[in-house]
Unconditional design. Structure first.
Length: 403
């Protein structure tokens, strides 16, 4: 497979403005985004290899929701609301762990089987008879793609992940994602003082890479290409440039790396990024696999979350390569955090009057268009207080009728 580094064809005329500034500061908009985007689209929780044994679980919080993914005695992976049916307590208080034979709520001791059914409440004589299914943990919709476990809290338009990612299957199949293992670094989280859309706007273009990311530019040079969002997914790929290695981490990385032979020649010497609407990015490297995602907490506060994985047959040389790619990634992430913060701060300035996108930032434009499909209100002035959800619903209904 030959990697094409020519730029995506850009229309001669297109709207170079970004989203309206009001959409970054509207609490009503944020709550609508949580509902229409984050609760109604697939959210990545973990990889199956993170929970290899019966009773192993991963718990995480997304936009006010609490998810629990656990492997049962039958080896089946299930997803539940981390919510006791008694008083609403978390049934597990840790982010990771093992429940052994049962899930025991730490509040009053109600006990649930690993398949979510109620085994029994504490002091059952104080309660009426409870049906194990009716009072079991509430299930969450679950999907698994190449070992990665996704949940969805509300029904939505996004198809199964295998359909979403079909366009890139020839590339992703090379990485044997079903066999990867946790790197041992666990999950990381980072609080960002900005609206979550600022994170996406920085991440959705490579125009800033030459100046803002010295490590990546050292690694890729001009061999970096973005494909804008289409049908819910986007792609960016950077091929290692000849004579890369001004920086210590880059120089040693390209020198030590012995990529897997399962990868074709082009992908043996490249980093591939797959973006999935609305908030997930996979990084597929010759030495490792990463993911990162972001979730809004409140206006001006976003949580980023991610993890990394190693190849099952990793040797000492590959492990060192993975360490070096992690160093490059860590520097890049810190650099992006500064850019995100500056982008957020700009909107508070009396001199700020919006943005002007380059052709090299068409990926930002394509992402904004995807947002407008869910929020046609973004094409209008800020609605009166308390009217955003109603007006957006009216516009969505009108668009549906026209189609």
């Amino acid at each position: 497979m030959t990697i094409d580094h020519t730029q995506t064809e850009i229309p001669a005329e297109w709207d170079r403005r970004g989203l309206p500034t009001w959409s970054f500061f509207s609490s009503e908009m944020l709550e609508a985004e949580k509902d229409l985007l984050f609760r109604s689209h697939w959210q990545l929780v973990c990889h199956m290899s993170d929970i290899p044994n019966s009773g192993d679980f991963i718990a995480c919080d997304f936009v006010g929701e609490r998810a629990l993914v656990i492997r049962g005695h039958d080896n089946q992976i299930r997803a539940f609301h981390n919510l006791c049916r008694h008083r609403g307590s978390r049934v597990v208080g840790q982010d990771t762990g093992n429940c052994r034979s049962a899930i025991i709520c730490p509040f009053h001791g109600w006990v649930y089987n690993l398949d979510g059914t109620l085994r029994g409440p504490a002091q059952p004589q104080s309660l009426p008879d409870l049906d194990p299914l009716e009072y079991g943990l509430k299930s969450i919709e679950l999907d698994i793609w190449k070992g990665f476990v996704f949940v969805r809290f509300k029904p939505g338009p996004q198809p199964p992940m295998s359909q979403v990612l079909q366009r890139f299957s020839k590339e992703t199949d090379q990485y044997n994602l079903g066999t990867i293992l946790p790197s041992g670094d666990g999950y990381w989280t980072e609080e960002v003082a900005a609206n979550w859309k600022c994170v996406r706007d920085v991440d959705n273009e490579g125009y800033h890479v030459p100046l803002a990311h010295p490590g990546l530019h050292d690694l890729f040079g001009a061999n970096y290409h973005d494909e804008p969002l289409r049908s819910g997914i986007s792609k960016s790929i950077g091929s290692f440039r000849a004579n890369a290695g001004r920086q210590w981490s880059v120089r040693n990385y390209v020198s030590i790396l012995e990529p897997p032979q399962d990868l074709d020649k082009d992908h043996q010497n490249a980093w591939l990024y797959i973006g999935i609407f609305p908030n997930l990015v996979f990084g597929l490297y010759p030495d490792s696999v990463i993911f990162y995602q972001e979730f809004p907490i409140e206006l001006g506060k976003t949580i980023q979350r991610g993890s990394s994985y190693r190849h099952a047959n990793e040797n000492r040389r590959m492990r060192l390569s993975r360490y070096l790619s992690k160093r490059i990634d860590r520097m890049t992430s810190k650099e992006d955090e500064q850019l995100i913060q500056w982008s957020w701060e700009a909107a508070f300035s009396s001199g700020f009057d919006g943005i002007l996108l380059s052709d090299l930032e068409y990926g930002v434009h394509s992402y904004h268009n995807a947002l407008r499909e869910f929020f046609p209100i973004l094409n209008e002035n800020e609605p009166a207080e308390g009217m955003l959800a109603l007006r957006n619903t009216e516009l969505l209904s009108s668009n549906t009728d026209q189609n």
